[in-house]
Ligand binder design. Structure first.
Ligand code: AMP
Ligand code: GLY
Length: 429
């Protein structure tokens, strides 16, 4: 089989690594991919990157047709929300991911909140606004802290937690007036502030049935002790010890299948990955957000632990036969520590040579590339805020964490920055 993967981050590297394990696959092409994916070497597999952007739907479809691609996997949110799956299906191509009318689950926070309200899925109370005046007058009497969310996609950064009315007013200005997150701020959700531990649960969905992957926890803030700005994610661990049997049973009853059924009832059948961002509140688990794809860096700790052939599972999602399959995960743990460029997520330098890749065996230690490129001399250099995701597996979370931090020392580049407390919560479990 020939498989095309669309995207360029650590998540797509983790997907390519999982796909490369499938005995059914001979060739993997990633568009646009990154230096790490281009450097992958797996016996008996041809792996390459193609310089086509994830939003260049026509070119991607033409590439898939011209090159007899058998199966395409969309990793990223933007193309999904933009309708890439519809573009592939229109040409009779087999593709994994939700159609545009279902990817709205991530593409519009107002849509997802209204869906949860309509179908009684536990989430924070909220109001939606389409102009700043109404939002401001609502905020005058609202309880603080409060959460403001730009409606559309904003690289995970369109969420502002405001402690005072002044901060909230400033937030409305940023989102709706100054359009700091672009058109994502045309509409805004104002949401009740919740407290509790966060858990990420990824799932495969085939339109009707849903299967849950092993849980994970992300670390969104840039600095140790959850300080500093929100980022795309600075590290993850899996499984989450806080995702207990009780939590799992609750979510199975009130959240997972209900979401899939709700989408179906709305005529928006969802096939692909649903990512449930959950908060374990005193009143039980509630949905913080949905994503319509694998989380990043969650994928970097969940996929290396999955025992199934990922192509079998993804095909079952497309074909509607997921209920005939059982997902299996290794009885171990994984921790991912992101190596970023100093200054991320605000401003940072690029182009520094990275060394130390040779120790990673892709069995217990993984070096997933997120923001890397080749320079003219053919060296791999830093090319983004999040540069690499260093994942290690271990018999338990503590061992995996030790191993992951050990492996971060193998890699060297100028301005290397990481959090030092990824997985610290494990000690409290
Ligand atoms: P989201 O992109 O919606 O997941 O929000 C990003 C982050 O903001 C979440 O991971 C939470 O840490 C935080 N957050 C979002 N909504 C709320 C809320 N209602 N209460 C407290 N924190 C929130
Ligand atoms: N790690 C959170 C996300 O992928 O949105």
């Amino acid at each position: 089989m020939k498989v095309l993967v669309v995207g360029s981050g650590g998540r797509e590297h983790a997907i390519c690594m999982a796909v490369a394990k499938s005995p059914r696959v001979e060739e993997i092409i990633c568009a646009p991919g990154n230096a790490g994916i281009a450097s992958m070497e797996v016996e008996g597999k041809k792996i390459s990157c193609e310089k086509i952007g994830a939003m260049e739907f026509d070119k991607l479809v033409a590439f898939a047709k011209d090159n007899q691609v058998d199966f395409t996997i969309i990793g990223m949110d933007d193309p999904l929300v933009g309708g890439i799956v519809d573009a592939f299906e229109k040409e009779g191509l087999k593709v994994f991911g939700p159609r545009k009318n279902a990817a709205i689950l991530e593409g519009s926070k107002a849509f997802s909140k209204d869906l949860m309200k309509k179908y009684d899925i536990p989430t924070a109370g909220y109001e939606t606004f389409d102009n700043p005046e109404d939002a401001l007058s609502y905020l005058e009497t609202a309880k603080m802290p409060i959460v403001l969310k730009a409606d559309g996609l904003a690289l995970g950064k369109g969420v502002l937690i405001c402690n005072t009315l002044e901060e909230a007013k400033e937030g409305v200005k940023e989102i709706m007036t100054d359009k700091k997150f672009g058109d994502a701020g045309n509409h805004m959700v104002v949401e009740e502030f919740m407290t509790g531990r966060e858990v990420s649960v990824l799932s495969f969905v085939d339109g009707n049935s849903i299967q849950i992957m092993s849980s994970a926890q992300d670390h969104k803030r840039a600095g140790d002790g959850d300080t500093g700005l929100n980022t795309g994610g600075m590290g993850t661990f899996s499984p989450s010890p806080f995702y207990t049997k009780e939590v799992d049973e609750f979510c199975k009853k009130y959240i997972y299948q209900k979401t899939v059924d709700a989408m179906k009832s709305e005529g928006r059948e969802f096939k692909g990955v649903i990512f449930f961002g959950l908060m374990l509140t005193e009143d039980g688990p509630k949905v913080l957000e949905y994503n319509a794809r694998f989380g990043d860096p969650e994928a970097q700790v969940v996929l290396p632990r999955m025992k199934n052939d990922i192509i079998d599972v993804m095909e079952a999602c497309v074909d509607g036969t997921l209920d005939q399959l059982t997902l299996e995960f290794e009885d171990n743990a994984a921790v991912c520590v992101v190596l970023a460029s100093e200054g991320y997520p605000v401003s940072y330098e690029k182009g520094y040579k990275i060394t130390g890749f040779d120790k990673f065996d892709n069995e217990d230690y993984f070096c997933f590339h997120a923001g890397t490129a080749f320079n003219e001399a053919g060296d791999i250099v830093t090319n983004g805020g999040r540069v690499l995701g260093i994942t290690a597996k271990g018999s338990d979370l503590k061992t995996a964490r030790e191993e992951a931090y050990k492996a971060t020392e193998w890699i060297d580049f100028a301005n290397k920055y990481k959090r030092n407390d990824i997985g610290k919560a494990i000690d409290e479990a």
